[in-house]
Design a binder for this molecule. Structure first.
Ligand code: GAR
Length: 213
């Protein structure tokens, strides 16, 4: 059984998708938030999952917060730490401590649009497709080896909310898939590329643009 700790900052819908996937061989050991008002904590508690809050505002520095957070995480002996809408930039020390067992989801087709305000920036750039990426976390923000991506069209009239909602549907599909692959021991990282062992032929995750596009 692999222990998984999920970190959230707010709504926690990706955490919810991973919990609901009930991945064989995976145990969600804890859901930890950096904000006491993170809505997702209620869902986790309701499902009998241990919850903790490590409030970043209670710490004088990023380093002090990350150290306190790592101490709580390590209390659950995690095989995998999953960032699911965890809106904190992490120190190198934290990232290196969890090297190879720290996943993140970002709402863009990385390496395009790392950082904040991704949907707004994608719309302003006039891209015709957008999407989402699950990747291993490395010290450079949103730059780690890519596990899976999903593509959605950008449609005429889209605003930030419409695009975010279309992307989120795909996030709920690909994040449980990435976690399942990890738990099955099927991910191997070579340099910047991730191989999925025994993957069926064809692309790992994408949606077909509308006819005529
Ligand atoms: C998701 O869209 C996730 O990709 C994004 O925050 C949202 C969290 O939603 N993460 C980032 O922007 C990280 N840079 P959720 O709380 O409902 O899972």
């Amino acid at each position: 059984m692999k222990n998984i700790v999920i970190l959230i900052s707010g709504r926690g819908s990706n955490m919810e998708a991973i919990v609901r996937a009930a991945i064989p061989g995976a145990r969600i050991a804890a859901v930890i938030a950096n904000r006491p008002d993170a809505a997702g904590l209620a869902f986790a508690a309701h499902h009998g999952i241990d919850t903790r809050v490590v409030d970043h505002k209670a710490y004088p520095s990023r380093e002090a917060f990350d150290e306190a957070l790592a101490a709580v995480i390590d209390g659950f002996a995690p095989d995998l730490v999953v960032l699911a809408g965890f809106m904190r930039v992490l120190t190198n020390g934290f990232v290196e401590h969890y090297a190879g067992r720290l996943l993140n989801i970002h709402p863009s087709l990385l390496p395009s649009f790392p950082g904040l305000h991704t949907h707004q920036r994608a719309l302003e750039a006039g891209v015709r497709v957008a999407g989402t990426t699950v990747h291993f976390v490395t010290p450079t923000l949103d730059c780690g080896p890519i596990v899976i991506q999903a593509v959605v069209p950008v449609l005429p009239g889209d605003d930030e909310a419409a695009l975010a909602a279309r992307v989120l549907v795909q996030e709920h599909r690909i994040y449980p898939q990435a976690v399942r692959w990890f738990v099955e021991g099927r991910l191997s990282v070579e340099g910047h590329r991730v191989a999925v062992l025994d993957e069926a032929p064809g692309p790992a995750g994408w949606t077909v643009p509308p006819t005529g596009a």
